[in-house]
Structures are given as structure tokens and as C-alpha cells.
Design a protein around this ligand. Structure first.
Ligand code: NAD
Ligand code: ZN
Length: 249
């Protein structure tokens, strides 16, 4: 692993434009469970029953009770871990880095990265389903479930539910960053959720080196990945950035 880390650190030092594509796995060590895999939320319930927009529209009370209330609480009380911090340290070293995240937890911005594309929106704000007025997360009162706007409409998080399209701006910025980068770090994503899983393919086709950090193999590992660092995000990214910082001293 040490040798692999050294090789990867050299690739990163050589790269001019870096994209980090992140998924739920990067936030696991911040205490936020992923959807798939061990300890994932899908072990407890069926995604289509709760995370599909039709499920929310037909029974917002149930989806708020089972999924949204818990996710809002976990996200509000979590902090960036060494993997989020490592990507922010890379930016501080003067590396040009765009973070494309499928996560809705805001932890990359909290860690200090300034160019973050939220591919699946976020839980930082909530919108009324009727009048579309927006409120910050801490203004959403959960004494009543589902929470309601003064107009009577129900609040939803500004995330992308299954069955909804990716915000145009996020899609455009992601495709542009992926097609222009010369190195992509793919961290903690199962690469099973479309169309996010397509973004690393765009980078590969444009000639970028693909580096994966994940304790489990994914559909990318045997197909387009150039370097696979099989480990948890926090210690692996920390180790990698330490080597890069030492090389620059
Ligand atoms: P996923 O749940 O499908 O897969 C998680 C991946 O993380 C797996 O490949 C797993 O092997 C890996 N993983 C687990 N622990 C890890 C660790 N410590 N370090 C590195 N990798 C680890 O996640 P996904 O591909 O991001 O897709 C699910 C969707 O669910 C996302 O698009 C997102 O919108 C949403 N989601 C977001 C959050 C969040 O904001 N933190 C949490 C759960 C789900
Ligand atoms: Zn309203």
C-alpha cells in the first residue's frame, strides 16, 4: 500500500486539474451511514418506498418520519473527517480542484473546499412544495411532521429524490470539470447511481487518470480505474496528502 500511495502522490503532484468525485462512503467516518453496503440505510428499508419522489408526494408524513427526520438530525450534528480535510488541504497547496459530490451533507464546504458541485442537491435548505419559498435547515421546526410552511404547504429538502432530474447547473459544471481534468479521485461511491456514475467515464474518455479510494471494489475498479486504493477514505486520504505535503517541503 505504501508504494501505491507514493505512486499516486506523484500522479497528483504532476496533475494540473484535479476532480474529486465523492459519494456517501467519504462521510461514513463522520457518522453518516451510506445507502448501500454494510450498515447502509437500505438494510433497514426499501429505497423506492422512501427516497423516490412519488413516495414523498403520495405520503410525505411517512417519508419525513422514517428517512428525512433522521437524515436531517445526523447531518446537522456531523463534522468533516480527515478525508474531507485532505481534499481541502489539497486546495490550500495550490492545486486546482473541483469536488463533485453526490452527498447532501455540506461537509466538503465545511472542510474548506471552495469549488463544490452538489450533484444531488443538499439538506442545507428546504422548500415549500406549494409556494416554493425557501428556509434554512435550522428554521425547519419538526414539532409537527411533516413540517409546514406558513402557507400550509409541506417542506421538502432541496435534495434530488430518485425519479427527479439533476439540477442543470450541477450537471453542466460536472461534465465540464470531468472533461477538463487530468486526474480524478473517485472516493466512497458505489458508482451504481445514474447519472452520477457516468461522470468518471467522461474523465477517462478525456484522458484523465482514475484513482479510486474505497474498501470495496465497484463496477469501475476492473474497468476504468488506474489505481485502486482499497481502504477507508479518512486514513487513506490523510496518508496520501501527508506524503504530498512532505514532497513539497
Ligand atoms: P452508496 O451508499 O451507494 O455507496 C457507498 C460506497 O461507499 C460503497 O461503495 C462503499 O463500499 C463505500 N464506503 C463505505 N465505507 C467507506 C469508507 N469508510 N471510506 C470509503 N468508502 C466507503 O453511496 P453513493 O454511491 O454515494 O450513492 C448513494 C446516494 O445516496 C448518493 O447519491 C447520495 O445522494 C445519497 N446519500 C448521501 C449521504 C450523505 O450526504 N452523506 C448519505 C447516504 C446517501
Ligand atoms: Zn409555502
Amino acid at each position: 500500500m505504501d508504494n501505491l500511495i507514493k505512486q499516486v502522490s506523484k500522479e497528483i503532484l504532476r496533475a494540473n486539474k484535479i476532480v474529486a468525485m465523492t459519494g456517501a462512503g467519504i462521510s461514513v467516518e463522520s457518522g453518516i451511514p451510506p445507502f448501500r453496503g454494510k450498515g447502509g440505510l437500505w438494510e433497514k428499508f426499501d429505497p423506492m418506498e422512501y427516497a423516490h419522489i412519488q413516495a414523498f408526494i403520495s405520503n410525505p408524513e411517512k417519508v419525513w418520519h422514517v428517512l428525512l427526520r433522521e437524515m436531517k438530525a445526523i447531518i446537522e450534528s456531523s463534522y468533516p473527517n480527515a478525508a474531507h480535510d485532505g481534499l481541502a488541504r489539497l486546495e490550500k497547496l495550490g492545486k486546482f480542484i473541483t469536488v463533485i459530490t453526490q452527498n447532501v451533507d455540506g461537509l466538503h464546504q465545511q472542510a474548506g473546499n471552495t469549488d463544490v458541485v452538489e450533484f444531488h442537491g443538499n439538506f442545507a435548505t428546504y422548500s415549500c412544495m406549494d409556494c416554493h419559498s425557501e428556509r434554512a435547515s435550522n428554521e425547519i421546526d419538526l414539532k409537527e411532521i411533516p413540517p409546514r410552511c406558513p402557507c400550509g404547504g409541506i417542506y421538502r429538502p432541496d435534495c434530488v429524490f430518485f425519479g427527479e432530474t439533476i439540477p442543470e447547473d450541477a450537471m453542466w459544471r460536472s461534465q465540464k470539470a470531468a472533461s477538463e481534468c487530468d486526474l480524478m479521485l473517485v472516493i466512497g461511491t458505489s458508482a451504481l447511481v445514474q447519472p452520477a456514475s457516468h461522470i468518471p467515464l467522461i474523465a477517462k474518455r478525456a484522458g484523465a487518470i482514475i484513482i479510486e479510494i474505497n474498501p470495496e471494489p465497484t463496477p469501475l475498479t476492473e474497468t476504468i480505474t488506474d489505481y485502486s486504493l482499497m481502504g477507508k477514505a479518512a486514513p487513506t486520504v490523510k496518508n496520501l496528502i501527508n506524503v504530498i505535503e512532505d514532497a513539497l517541503k
